[in-house]
Design a protein around this ligand. Structure first.
Ligand SMILES: C[S@@+](CC[C@H](N)C(=O)[O-])C[C@H]1O[C@@H](n2cnc3c(N)ncnc32)[C@H](O)[C@@H]1O
Length: 275
């Protein structure tokens, strides 16, 4: 009798995007998923800007095969657990608390959280913020699925559609090339009013071990956009900043091209470019 074929499980036919990433995965694995996703995204963006559509579609297929944005988000969520470095928004809550929280009846700070994976993070629990959350891919009804770069600009001079604080925590480094990162930082200004601050979090090596960016150059870029640094924290894994938008300064449109500021074979290529 011929051997009976074993029935394939339903899971074997699912698209790769549906593959779960367990929260018990070792950090080595989640780091690999995040790193590979960034690398493929960067190569994909480079192929597109070079007009190489064949390579771009091969890379797009590789991104999907690797689990795409869903797998990346799940791996990032695991990274947010306390045992893996924790919730970066705790730092924002602490800084805003230090600066003097509004009194009862004065209303809460309006916070736009760009790139939101958790609706129960420290910002949400603090009671200090009224939070609006967006992400390229929403995982919760309280998170609006929206690309920040496509978000309609607030109209008029009033506070409508503007925020006291915009949070870009581990979002600028998601953008695959330097010019796009600069555009994202430039765009934030349009949404800030009237206690204008940007909470920016990056993986520490983007600033501490890059050929094209260091603290001084980041500050130069931000100053040219009208931002003044008011808080900074550097940990082994992350750098955190709070930048106030100085409404009195007239930001000068200075170009910051990709230039080497920190040579070294073992450094990375992270850059922020202002054109
Ligand atoms: C590493 S996760 C960061 C999550 C969280 N903010 C944190 O600090 O852990 C990056 C998230 O940013 C989102 N993202 C990237 N670019 C975006 C954009 N232009 N608009 C909205 N969300 C964006 C991605 O979809 C992803 O979920």
């Amino acid at each position: 009798m011929p051997p009976t074929k074993r029935k394939k499980s339903l899971a074997s036919g699912r698209p790769p995007t549906a593959r779960p990433v367990s929260s018990s995965l070792p950090s080595k694995v989640t780091r690999r998923i995040i790193r590979t996703h960034h690398t493929l995204q960067k190569a994909h963006a480079a192929a597109l800007s070079a007009g190489d559509t064949a390579t771009a579609s091969t890379l797009a297929a590789q991104i999907v095969a690797q689990g795409g944005l869903p797998a990346y988000q799940r791996a990032s969520t695991v990274g947010q657990t306390a045992s893996r470095g924790g919730d970066s928004s705790r730092v924002l809550v602490q800084w805003v608390g230090d600066m003097g929280v509004k009194k009862e009846g004065e209303g809460k700070y309006r916070l736009l959280e760009v790139g939101c994976l958790a609706v129960d993070n420290a910002c949400a629990r603090s009671g200090v913020f009224e939070v609006e959350r967006i992400d390229l891919r929403s995982q919760h009804p309280l998170i609006k699925e929206e690309d920040f770069m496509e978000r309609p600009l607030p109209r008029g001079e009033g506070g409508e559609g503007r925020f006291h604080v915009v949070s870009l925590s581990l979002v600028v480094n998601y953008v695959p090339e330097g010019g796009g990162r600069g555009e994202m930082l430039r765009r934030v200004r349009e949404f800030l009013n009237p206690f204008p601050a940007l909470f920016l979090v990056l993986p520490a090596p983007c600033v501490t071990n890059s050929r094209y960016l260091d603290q001084e150059r980041l500050e130069g870029i931000m100053n040219s956009l009208g931002f003044v640094k008011i808080r900074e924290k550097v940990s082994a894994k992350l750098v955190y900043y709070l930048w106030r938008l100085d409404g009195t300064a007239d930001p000068k449109p200075i170009a910051f091209p990709k230039v080497e500021v920190n040579p070294g074979k073992k450094r990375n290529n992270f850059a922020i470019v202002l054109r």
